[in-house]
Design a protein around this ligand. Structure first.
Ligand code: GAL
Length: 419
């Protein structure tokens, strides 16, 4: 009898082992609210992730809560109200770097995701530098979905040929060809609403002061009212003369359209513009549109990374964790990024799925000097960013480089930049 009982136990144990892992996983149900600014033209890449999530979790109702507006200008304001009102979404878009760490982690609003990184084998899947950017000595606070490049100049090769100009390698070159283009009724550089001026500024500042000074600025080792920074504002002022006057009323897509339609020659925008031209406009990289590092920044890669976190008090925590698992996976990443115009944040992405622009971006990322974007959350917290938009408004009106440089230093003190 004893023997029989033993045998039964062995058989039962063997049967348990034979049960496929998946049937042991909890079947998820209920809602999942994902909060981001990827609406409209920015939506297809996010939809590819949602599709994968729904295939794995058919009983979860996904609420795709988007607040439209490039670089999250509107979404971030709504998110702030919700977070402060203790009504967090289940997961929200946030840039890796200070936007996450200096804002939401500092306010103790995020859950530590170290357990997920360990479970999923992500400690080695993402570059060490990126994990540092989303982490502190107390934990890892979000899951990165991509790497975008900020300092890119876009153009249409056929138009440049027609106008007899080449993509400028330096801002001096740009300032030489710009008056000629303007005389012919072509806007030399397309610009859109306020945040795109911040975006242009960071490329100009990087070009003007160089990557060491750029890094020193955010480490609190170079003052914002130093001659290097004043010089960057002065150059920025010269460049602004060659932008369109209706910029404040345009979205970044409309500024990109100006280049596509031949109303403007160039545009400095992050490579979500490549996503827009390929995914929405069905244009071919290299032939229908061209690109170059923004003037005087060849060999430098100003990067940013979108990520999603798990706020404390997320109403559907398990569903959110399952969402984050998709975001960090190789399959999720390689479905999302080719549509988004970004490269994978993972080290093992399948580059054959990526177009010519993205392959060139991946190559540059592996060899260039990498610095962090201000306009997209890497370099500074939300306190600085909010104030910087006002400083930018002041500059757009006054063009007073010394005054804005001083205002920036006051802001940096308030936001404790480099502390
Ligand atoms: C950035 C974001 C990109 C893209 C862009 C335009 O801040 O990181 O993914 O959405 O804004 O909205």
């Amino acid at each position: 009898m004893k023997k029989m009982a033993k045998l039964c136990l062995v058989v039962a144990a063997a049967l348990m082992l034979a049960v496929p892992q998946v049937s042991m996983a909890k079947e998820l149900s209920g809602d999942l609210e994902i909060f981001s600014w990827w609406a409209g033209d920015e939506g297809p890449a996010l939809q590819a992730l949602i599709k994968q999530y729904k295939a794995k979790n058919p009983n979860v109702k996904v609420i795709d809560a988007t607040v439209t507006g490039g670089s999250g200008v509107n979404a971030k304001a709504v998110l702030k109200t919700r977070m402060l009102g203790n009504e967090p979404p289940d997961s929200f878009q946030v840039h890796a770097g200070q936007e996450l760490i200096g804002t939401w982690v500092k306010a103790d609003r995020m859950e530590d995701l170290t357990f997920l990184f360990k479970d999923q084998g992500w400690m080695d899947a993402f570059p060490e530098g990126l994990v540092k950017l989303i982490g502190t000595d107390k934990g890892i606070w979000s899951v990165p979905v991509n790497i975008h490049r900020s300092n890119v100049m876009w153009y249409i090769p056929a138009n440049l040929k027609k106008w007899g100009v080449e993509a400028p390698k330096t801002w001096d070159d740009f300032l030489k060809i710009a008056p000629k283009l303007q005389k012919e009724g072509i806007v030399p550089l397309a610009l859109a609403q306020n945040w795109t001026a911040n975006h242009l500024w960071e490329s100009v500042a990087l070009a003007s002061m160089g990557p060491d000074n750029w890094d020193a600025l955010w480490a609190g080792k170079l003052r914002f009212d130093s001659p290097e920074v004043v010089k960057a504002w002065e150059l920025f002022g010269k460049i602004l003369q060659y932008t369109n006057t209706d910029a404040p009323s345009l979205s970044w897509q409309q500024a990109t359209d100006m280049v596509i339609d031949g109303r403007a020659a160039f545009n400095i925008m992050g490579d979500w513009a490549a996503g827009y031209m390929v995914t929405t406009k069905k244009m071919a990289p290299g032939t229908d549109f061209g690109w170059a590092a923004s003037p005087d920044s060849d060999g430098e890669f100003m990067f940013l990374a979108d990520s999603f976190g798990l706020p404390k008090g997320a109403p559907n925590r398990d569903n959110a964790i399952a969402w984050l698992e998709i975001l960090g996976s190789k399959e999720g990443s390689d479905a999302f990024n080719p549509l988004k115009g970004s490269i994978s944040a993972r080290k093992d992405s399948d580059l054959s799925k990526y177009n010519a622009y993205l392959q060139s971006a991946a190559k540059d990322f592996s060899k260039d000097r990498v610095v962090g974007s201000l306009a997209h959350g890497v370099a500074a917290n939300e306190t600085f960013m909010g104030g910087f938009s006002q400083v930018m408004e002041m500059f757009l009106k006054t063009k007073n480089a010394n005054a804005v440089a001083k205002a920036c230093q006051q802001l940096a003190d308030k936001a404790q930049i480099g502390k």
